[in-house]
Write a protein that binds this ligand. Structure first.
Ligand code: ATP
Ligand code: MG
Length: 246
């Protein structure tokens, strides 16, 4: 593949009269990780939903692994989604399936693997998030943090090349949150995964990010290596991060 893994080129998106993305442009090179932080309600999840083709821009272009998502057909999008994992902000588990079947779902939808092979992979990925003992539990029997980790296992199960994390640490205790950040970092270092992470945790951002962006009012107000962004004297950067890095 030529060029970056993910490209946003002058992306505009409004809901009614509310402008959420206002000419947003950035790219993520393969094997790199971008962390996006910003105020609640700014549109960070909307960015991720554009990257996976759940939303289409009003104007501008989104490209993933060389495919233009604004032009792709349903079949092309399905094929591309095999290469992409998405950890939803609110886990989005299926209530009537147990943990095993929730995590197995993407494999059943996108591969012709037999049950034996599916089982091996599901157990492997549940071990990674320390949930191999919860195979037969249903989402309603899990804590919020456990649901989050099942969501992570499901996002990883197909060995995607790209993963989008929406608040991976939210609702987790500090120890589990640090452990998830370490897992994300390992996935990048050992498997070379490309990622975009949305988070409110500076600790998570610094653990996983090659690049950090502050997103506000439809665009990045700062974007670069984390240390540079945090040292910036841009008034919005000071206002947003100031309390955390004073
Ligand atoms: N499908 C939709 N239809 C209408 N408005 C939407 C839709 N999706 C998002 N919005 C609006 O876009 C804005 C940005 O939402 P988004 O969920 O991306 O915020 P966020 O930055 O992820 O916030 P948080 O940190 O709280 O998760 C919000 O005002 C939201 O109401
Ligand atoms: Mg969000």
């Amino acid at each position: 593949m030529e060029g970056p893994a993910i490209v946003f080129d002058d992306v505009h998106k409004s809901f009614g009269r509310q402008v959420v993305l206002d000419g947003l442009s950035f790219s993520v090179e393969e094997h790199r990780s971008l962390v996006i932080m910003g105020p609640s309600g700014a549109g960070k999840s909307v960015i991720l939903r554009h990257a996976i083709g759940l939303l289409r821009p009003d104007r501008g272009r989104v490209e993933v692994l060389g495919e233009d998502l604004t032009k792709i057909d349903d079949e092309g999008l399905r094929a591309l989604r095999r290469e992409m994992g998405y950890l939803f902000q609110y886990s989005a588990l299926i209530n009537w399936l147990d943990v095993f079947d929730n995590v197995a779902l993407p494999l059943r939808e996108t591969t012709d693997w037999d049950e034996e092979r599916i089982r091996e992979r599901v157990v492997e990925v549940l071990r990674l998030v320390q949930l191999e003992d919860a195979l037969r539990k249903y989402p309603s029997e899990l804590s919020g943090g456990m649901q989050k980790r099942v969501g992570l296992a499901r996002a990883l199960v197909t060995h995607p090349r790209i993963i989008l994390y929406d608040e991976p640490e939210a609702g987790l205790d500090p120890e589990m949150s640090a452990s998830i950040s370490q897992t994300m970092r390992r996935l990048k270092e050992e498997l070379g995964m490309t990622s975009i992470t949305v988070t409110h945790s500076l600790h998570c951002a610094l653990t996983v990010g090659d690049e950090l962006a502050l997103f506000e009012h439809g665009n990045f107000v700062a974007h670069g290596p984390p240390a540079e962004v945090l040292a910036s004297d841009h008034p919005r950067v000071r206002a947003f991060f100031g309390p955390q890095i004073a």
